[in-house]
Design a protein around this ligand. Structure first.
Ligand SMILES: [Zn+2]
Ligand SMILES: [Zn+2]
Length: 251
């Protein structure tokens, strides 16, 4: 109990300090909406009009594979549940591009808050032992300076009061960009592309939250989940910001 209230206070102080620093930064670099690039108040993440107009994912969808047209029977799905918030279409594409290339992290922070609520509502939060993320190749991360999936995972941990993200996986194959491949090539390449890092903690019996920015076919999350399961993980919960709407459009 005592520990809880102390933690609550330190979180409050941290938030206040963050608020002040955001205000000061805003004086020099005005805060902008990561979706439409319009001006924002210093403490806003996305503008009101974009919040209204985002293409939110509608129900029903399969809570295991995360797709409207369930693929669980057609393929071996190695994760146990999968959640995302918006369709990867229209204005979301710009925002994701901004997140990937220009450090537009507000978009990830906004959905991390949603994710914290969702994990709580679904009764999943308390079961999560480890938070991790889909890795990028060392080369790509070096060029970009950050991994947007890791940044999303950090915001999720912070907002859901979960342990800090731990890198568990590494990406080994970097010869071709995913989107230039057919679905079948993408699947086989994804299967070989991820491996467990040598410095991972003991994963046996653990429930892992695996974060990514966008789900296209789901083959990346599936491949990462298979590696985790092969190494003793009990359950994998996948979480992404955006998901493609139709299976067909991915082929
Ligand atoms: Zn906007
Ligand atoms: Zn399914």
């Amino acid at each position: 109990m005592h520990k809880e209230s102390k933690r609550g206070k330190s979180v409050q102080v941290k938030h206040r300090a963050k608020d002040i620093s955001l205000f000061l930064i805003d004086l020099v670099f005005p805060n902008r909406c990561p979706v439409c690039n319009g001006f924002l108040a210093y403490n806003e993440l996305i503008c009101g009009s974009c919040i209204e107009n985002l293409p939110y994912i509608t129900k029903p969808y399969c809570e295991k594979c995360g797709k409207h047209e369930c693929v669980c029977k057609k393929q071996n799905v190695h994760y146990d549940s999968c959640f995302s918030f918006v369709y990867y279409a229209g204005i979301v594409r710009n925002a994701i591009m901004n997140l990937k290339l220009n450090g537009g992290l507000h978009f990830a922070e906004y959905f991390a808050r949603k994710a914290a609520t969702l994990l709580e509502e679904k009764g999943i939060k308390d079961a999560i032992d480890i938070v991790t993320f889909v890795p990028m190749t060392r080369k790509k991360q070096g060029e970009r300076g950050y991994n947007q999936a890791r940044e999303f995972a950090k915001f999720v941990s912070e907002n859901a009061h979960l342990p800090k993200p731990v890198p568990l996986l590494e990406k080994t194959d970097n010869t071709l960009a995913q989107h230039s491949l057919s679905a079948r090539d993408r699947k086989s390449r994804a299967e070989k592309a991820y491996a467990l890092r040598s410095d991972t903690p003991d994963l046996s019996g653990k429930t892992v939250l695996l974060c990514d920015d966008v789900i296209t076919t789901g083959s990346t999350l599936n491949s990462c989940s298979r590696v985790l399961k092969d190494n003793g993980v009990h359950k994998v919960v996948c979480l992404a910001i955006a998901n493609t709407r139709h299976q067909k459009s991915e082929n």
